[in-house]
Design a binder for this molecule. Structure first.
Ligand SMILES: Nc1ncnc2c1ncn2[C@@H]1O[C@H](COP(=O)(O)OP(=O)(O)O)[C@@H](O)[C@H]1O
Ligand SMILES: [Mg+2]
Length: 95
Protein backbone atom coordinates (compact mmCIF):
# COMPACT_ATOMS: atom_id res chain seq x y z
CA UNK A 1 0.00 0.00 0.00
CA UNK A 2 1.24 3.53 -0.73
CA UNK A 3 1.98 5.96 2.09
CA UNK A 4 -1.30 7.18 3.60
CA UNK A 5 -2.10 10.86 3.28
CA UNK A 6 -3.20 10.95 6.88
CA UNK A 7 -2.83 8.36 9.60
CA UNK A 8 -3.62 7.99 13.27
CA UNK A 9 -2.62 5.02 15.39
CA UNK A 10 -4.22 3.58 18.53
CA UNK A 11 -6.00 6.69 19.76
CA UNK A 12 -7.99 6.45 22.98
CA UNK A 13 -9.93 9.17 24.75
CA UNK A 14 -11.98 9.19 27.92
CA UNK A 15 -14.11 12.11 29.08
CA UNK A 16 -14.97 12.07 32.77
CA UNK A 17 -14.93 8.28 32.88
CA UNK A 18 -16.77 7.84 29.57
CA UNK A 19 -14.71 6.12 26.90
CA UNK A 20 -15.24 8.10 23.71
CA UNK A 21 -12.53 6.34 21.69
CA UNK A 22 -10.94 2.97 22.36
CA UNK A 23 -7.74 2.24 20.47
CA UNK A 24 -8.78 3.70 17.12
CA UNK A 25 -6.50 3.57 14.11
CA UNK A 26 -7.10 4.99 10.67
CA UNK A 27 -5.09 5.33 7.49
CA UNK A 28 -6.53 7.33 4.62
CA UNK A 29 -4.85 7.15 1.21
CA UNK A 30 -4.64 10.31 -0.89
CA UNK A 31 -7.54 10.79 -3.27
CA UNK A 32 -9.98 8.71 -1.23
CA UNK A 33 -13.14 9.77 0.52
CA UNK A 34 -13.96 8.31 3.90
CA UNK A 35 -17.38 8.23 5.46
CA UNK A 36 -17.31 8.14 9.24
CA UNK A 37 -20.58 6.63 10.35
CA UNK A 38 -21.84 5.85 13.81
CA UNK A 39 -24.64 6.54 16.22
CA UNK A 40 -24.62 9.60 18.45
CA UNK A 41 -21.86 9.29 20.98
CA UNK A 42 -19.86 6.82 18.90
CA UNK A 43 -16.84 9.14 18.96
CA UNK A 44 -16.85 10.60 15.44
CA UNK A 45 -16.38 14.19 16.55
CA UNK A 46 -13.79 13.20 19.12
CA UNK A 47 -11.74 11.47 16.43
CA UNK A 48 -11.99 14.52 14.16
CA UNK A 49 -11.06 16.81 17.03
CA UNK A 50 -7.97 14.75 17.76
CA UNK A 51 -7.00 14.80 14.08
CA UNK A 52 -7.59 18.55 14.05
CA UNK A 53 -5.37 19.08 17.08
CA UNK A 54 -8.22 20.32 19.22
CA UNK A 55 -8.44 17.39 21.63
CA UNK A 56 -5.50 15.51 23.07
CA UNK A 57 -5.80 11.72 23.20
CA UNK A 58 -5.26 10.04 26.57
CA UNK A 59 -2.62 7.84 25.04
CA UNK A 60 -1.62 6.67 21.60
CA UNK A 61 -3.00 8.72 18.76
CA UNK A 62 0.27 9.17 16.95
CA UNK A 63 -0.62 11.07 13.80
CA UNK A 64 1.14 11.62 10.54
CA UNK A 65 0.45 13.67 7.45
CA UNK A 66 2.19 12.32 4.35
CA UNK A 67 4.41 10.30 6.67
CA UNK A 68 5.51 13.36 8.67
CA UNK A 69 4.54 13.40 12.35
CA UNK A 70 1.71 15.81 13.17
CA UNK A 71 1.65 17.74 16.43
CA UNK A 72 -0.95 16.79 19.02
CA UNK A 73 -3.11 19.31 20.81
CA UNK A 74 -0.79 21.10 23.18
CA UNK A 75 -3.27 22.07 25.85
CA UNK A 76 -6.72 20.82 26.71
CA UNK A 77 -9.66 22.83 25.48
CA UNK A 78 -12.62 23.41 27.78
CA UNK A 79 -15.14 20.60 27.23
CA UNK A 80 -17.89 22.76 25.74
CA UNK A 81 -15.54 24.47 23.32
CA UNK A 82 -14.14 21.10 22.24
CA UNK A 83 -17.61 19.72 21.51
CA UNK A 84 -18.42 22.71 19.30
CA UNK A 85 -15.13 22.92 17.47
CA UNK A 86 -15.49 19.99 15.08
CA UNK A 87 -18.52 21.40 13.34
CA UNK A 88 -16.67 24.66 12.78
CA UNK A 89 -13.33 23.45 11.60
CA UNK A 90 -13.53 19.92 10.30
CA UNK A 91 -16.99 18.87 9.27
CA UNK A 92 -17.65 19.42 5.58
CA UNK A 93 -21.25 18.23 5.53
CA UNK A 94 -23.97 18.05 8.17
CA UNK A 95 -23.85 15.00 10.46
N1 LIG B 1 -15.71 17.72 25.13
C1 LIG B 1 -16.35 16.71 25.73
N2 LIG B 1 -16.55 16.69 27.07
C2 LIG B 1 -17.16 15.65 27.66
N3 LIG B 1 -17.63 14.57 27.02
C3 LIG B 1 -17.48 14.55 25.69
C4 LIG B 1 -16.83 15.60 24.98
N4 LIG B 1 -16.82 15.29 23.66
C5 LIG B 1 -17.42 14.10 23.55
N5 LIG B 1 -17.82 13.65 24.77
C6 LIG B 1 -18.48 12.36 25.01
O1 LIG B 1 -17.73 11.39 24.30
C7 LIG B 1 -18.62 10.47 23.64
C8 LIG B 1 -18.39 10.56 22.15
O2 LIG B 1 -18.90 11.79 21.70
P1 LIG B 1 -18.70 12.34 20.22
O3 LIG B 1 -17.28 12.21 19.83
O4 LIG B 1 -19.29 13.70 20.19
O5 LIG B 1 -19.56 11.32 19.39
P2 LIG B 1 -20.29 11.51 17.96
O6 LIG B 1 -19.67 12.68 17.26
O7 LIG B 1 -20.06 10.21 17.26
O8 LIG B 1 -21.74 11.72 18.28
C9 LIG B 1 -20.02 10.85 24.09
O9 LIG B 1 -20.34 10.06 25.22
C10 LIG B 1 -19.88 12.32 24.46
O10 LIG B 1 -20.84 12.69 25.43
MG1 LIG C 1 -20.47 14.47 16.44
Amino acid sequence: MSTPLIEICNASKTFFGIKALDDVSLALPAGHLLGLIGQNGAGKSTLMNILGGVVQPDHGGHMSLQASPMPRATRPMPPRAASRSSTRSLTCSPT
